[in-house]
Design a protein around this ligand. Sequence first.
Ligand code: CA
Ligand code: CA
Length: 306
Amino acid sequence: MKKITALLSSLLMVSAITPFSVSAADTQSTARLYFSSDKNVISTEEAKAGIKVPVSVYVDDKSNDIQSLTAKWICSSEYVTLKGITDPTLETEAKQYTTSLGESFTADFTPFCFSSIVDGKLKANGSVFVDESELGDNGYTENVVNNRLAITYTQNLMDSAGNEIKKSSYLGAKSDEFMLTSFTAEFAPGTPAGYYKIEFIDDAKNVNSSYFNFYSGDGKTVLSDLVFTVGFMRGDVNNDGVVDAIDASMTLAEYASVSVGSGNKFTEIQQLAADVNIDNELNASDASSILAYYAQVSTGSTPSFD
Ligand SMILES: [Ca+2]
Ligand SMILES: [Ca+2]
């Protein structure tokens, strides 16, 4: 146990430092595509009955430099179906919206971040286009066969001289105040316990990739996948509703026990909950990730296992 405690404290030191590390000033354009879902943990009961989970797609464009973007994503599980992608040009009932800057506007279609407010009204300055092979019935992608969805935007706001207007085309003060699109992840009745991932397709050499075009500089693309858990909470090994140092310690103890041939003591569900890097193995890096996650929670930053 002494050895484990020592290991744990060295892990704690490493993980406590990591969240605070600041990289050198980056002159590159940077942007991150990510999913947002109110619900990432699905209970055994919910999975038994089947459940529809709404998911939104956002872009965090720190450099405010994206000219166009394509986002494509997939879920490879047979238990999950992606459907109902929101078409930004689809007309709905007119509604009143307010941005973080306090500007009010009326929109008769879902506001998305590649928009702007002109004369108090929402104007879409993006367009939706997809590869011919990906076209769905509604002119946007809903490729049910491959369980893959995609959406593409370009900005094309011009001033009176016909020059492209830069850095003015997002709705709101930041790019990720309004979503790019939304869809539904449908979990089939009887979905078993486990991890379920919705992943951005990111093979840059493949035409079916997610990518950004930037106004200037070399763009850096960050794609953050979405992980659902069914029947447990990721990292919560003792199932007390929180992820903390106890979970990390238990994971390390289990790893040590297996390493010295004393056998596996975790239940199947605990094994899943502890395998936070989802590689079907339990080791010190899982314990370290759990601790790092706990450190992020403790410092008030948004925690992430990825
Ligand atoms: Ca716990
Ligand atoms: Ca692992």
